[in-house]
Design a protein around this ligand. Structure first.
Ligand SMILES: Nc1ncnc2c1ncn2[C@@H]1O[C@H](COP(=O)(O)OP(=O)(O)OP(=O)(O)O)[C@@H](O)[C@H]1O
Ligand SMILES: [Mg+2]
Length: 351
């Protein structure tokens, strides 16, 4: 399409469309692929940085508005696609194709980390991303129950464990490997090597997002994780009544000390019982993004107990909708964080 003035005019028009979160135009971000013009209709593949992009509509409207200003163009037709950029640090340190590793942590126990991890992972998969879920709660793994995977062991092929595939995600947990009735007693170094093995000895394949469900607090597990792999960021789960000077704050401080970016704070179990506002206050105090609230709803717990995540079992509930939105916001924020990191492989050189 070289030397075609109309094509050039359209590209020029599209280069005025700014990606609202990355603050750069969609042409220089290489988001416009395979452009053609047929009968006054511009067609191209709109290559996003995540399939879970919350800004599709806004960007389509802006692009449509821009191309229609070019003489002879009457409409725009796009095909959506996504290439999640690779965090080069992940690729360099582990010989595996995990593009982004996201930790889900909290200060206190029982605030809903595992529920958030599971529903976040399944939601990202529902948006079209390739997702893994790693249960880094080695001693008290809850992921198996919440995914309904309490029977059977993962296969081993060529010395690599094959993760279970369920609800569109791949999952691994110590709970798949041990007797649920026997307590698992591990010292710190063994915990560390268990987490490392979950990265290196599992056949993950190419994943856009790896969600890591952590035990509560600032103990060995988040430390081991942050030392073993470069994290794209951490999602902090807090409850409405958690005061800003409490455990969640300590947890944020720990990630900051480990140089792990905070993706944001999500307030879980918001509602009449616990009220709301604690998570938002905490986010403000630490000047990190507030990722919204997940309401306290019986369907979340029921879904967890029955091994059917609420985003799958009761997709029309407020909680499910909140989890779906959370997944889009987390994906968007991870894209933004990547563009702020020099270590990220830019979109235009990955295939
Ligand atoms: N939004 C919600 N509405 C109703 N119940 C919820 C909600 N979020 C979590 N729960 C329930 O609260 C309990 C604790 O949640 P979960 O196991 O996810 O927390 P956790 O932070 O992972 O706990 P732990 O610190 O023990 O790992 C579970 O029974 C879960 O089903
Ligand atoms: Mg848990």
């Amino acid at each position: 399409m070289a030397n075609n003035p109309q094509h050039d005019a359209v590209m020029k028009a599209l280069s005025t469309v700014i990606e609202p979160e990355l603050h750069r135009d969609i042409v220089s971000l290489n988001m416009v692929r395979n452009l053609s013009i047929e009968d006054g209709v511009v067609k191209f593949t709109f290559m996003l940085t995540t399939p879970a992009c919350p800004l599709k509509d806004v960007m389509f409207k802006a692009a449509q508005f821009a191309v229609k200003k070019v003489p002879g163009i009457r409409d725009l037709d796009v095909k959506w696609d996504a290439e999640v950029p690779t965090d080069r640090r992940v690729h360099g340190r582990l010989n595996i194709n995990l593009r982004n590793i996201i930790a889900v942590g909290s200060g206190k126990g029982g605030v809903g980390k595992t529920s958030v991890s599971v529903n976040l992972a399944v939601s990202l998969a529902m948006e079209g991303a390739r997702v893994g879920l790693m249960d880094a709660d080695i001693l008290t793994p809850n992921v198996p129950i919440m995914l309904g995977l309490t029977h059977g062991r993962p296969k081993v092929i060529d010395n690599k464990m094959i993760p279970f595939e369920v609800y569109g995600i791949k999952a691994i947990s110590m709970g798949f490997l041990t007797d649920p009735e026997k307590p698992l007693i591990l010292r710190g170094p063994m915990l560390h090597s268990a987490i490392r093995q979950f990265f290196q000895d599992v056949q993950w394949g190419d994943l856009d997002y790896m969600i890591v469900d952590l035990p509560p607090g600032t103990g060995d597990a988040p430390l081991s994780l942050a030392q073993s792999v470069p994290l794209s960021g951490a999602v902090i789960v807090s409850q409405p009544q958690e005061v800003a000077v409490g455990d969640a704050l300590r947890s944020i401080n720990m990630y900051e000390e480990l140089n792990v970016p905070i993706i944001g704070v999500v307030e879980n179990m918001a509602g009449d019982l616990f009220g709301s506002g604690g998570g938002e206050k905490l986010a403000k105090q630490k000047n990190v993004p507030f990722l919204g609230r997940i309401p306290l709803e019986a369907d979340v717990r029921k879904g967890g107990d029955q091994g059917r995540p609420v985003v799958n079992s009761a997709p029309d509930t407020e909680a499910a909708k909140a989890f779906r939105q959370l997944s889009r916001d987390v994906a968007a924020r991870v894209s933004v964080l990547q563009f702020q990191t020099a270590d990220v492989i830019p979109l235009n050189i990955i295939g």
